[in-house]
Ligand binder design. Structure first.
Ligand code: FMN
Length: 227
């Protein structure tokens, strides 16, 4: 991959600097310019067969964040302030099932984006066939279509958090949210999606106990085998 425009910023330094913020400075707001970049990161994440099985609700107002906090207030109150004090909060939702409408939407977009230009009919048919083959594998043989799509959305979350850190923005991934409450609050199931997790983003408070704690990870030799 030759990307001359990439800065030589050390990606390992970014990964080391990134951490899960435990409290946010409620007065600091992410700029519209940075939010536009973060929205692009959500859109650009890779997924198996380019399925893009995700949907995002971005809460940027106190009212919007209060709606997201309904998912933490009862079951996970330790996460509530991370939602209400953050600059923005994103609900990551994942597709519940695949249907022709979603698959055709992908193909139409791939056509518009020029993926099939060299041979529009054949390339479109090939892409559709390949995609349906993988979907069928997960739907009828492995029987894990939903979990498979959830994994794609989690990949997106990982890329998103590293990208946010590269922009100097703190995040907190949260599974400590009641996803049924989020589904209901945002009518996600009616849209064909279900909430998976929430990511808060903004700038940590000075009092954040986690900001200066050392990162702890297993050693490379415990988890990486080089052959
Ligand atoms: C999928 C996922 C769910 C998490 N859920 C929560 C959560 O509900 N509340 C919280 O404070 N931290 C949550 N965390 C943060 C983890 O505890 C944290 O990522 C881990 O301890 C590693 O620390 P670091 O992120 O600071 O490097 C979650 C992390 C992930 C990846």
């Amino acid at each position: 991959m030759s990307k001359d425009f990439m800065t030589p910023a050390n990606i390992v330094d970014v990964a080391k600097a990134r951490y899960s913020a435990k409290s946010y400075d409620p007065l600091r707001r992410i700029s519209d310019e940075d939010m536009a970049k973060l929205e692009e990161l959500l859109r650009l994440s890779p997924s198996s067969v380019n399925l893009q099985p995700w949907y995002f609700i971005i809460a940027q107002t106190p009212e919007g964040k209060a709606r997201v906090a309904k998912s933490t207030d009862e079951a996970f109150p330790f996460n509530s302030a991370k939602v209400t004090d953050a600059s923005h909060v994103i609900v990551f939702a994942s597709l519940i099932d695949t249907d022709d409408a979603h698959l055709n939407r992908l193909l139409d977009k791939e056509a518009v984006d020029g993926r099939f230009d060299a041979n529009p009919e054949e390339f479109r048919a090939d892409m559709d066939r390949g995609r349906r083959m993988f979907i069928d594998l997960h739907k009828t043989q492995i029987n894990d279509q939903r979990a498979w799509m959830d994994k794609q959305t989690y990949l997106n979350m990982g890329q998103f958090m590293l990208g946010a850190a590269a922009l100097g923005i703190d995040t907190t991934p949260m599974e400590g949210v009641d996803t049924d409450v989020l589904d209901q609050e945002f009518g996600l199931r009616e849209k064909g999606y279900s909430a998976l997790a929430v990511v808060s983003l903004g700038y940590h408070a000075e009092s954040d106990f986690n900001a200066n704690l050392p990162k702890s990870r297993l050693n490379a030799e415990d988890i990486i085998e080089i052959i």
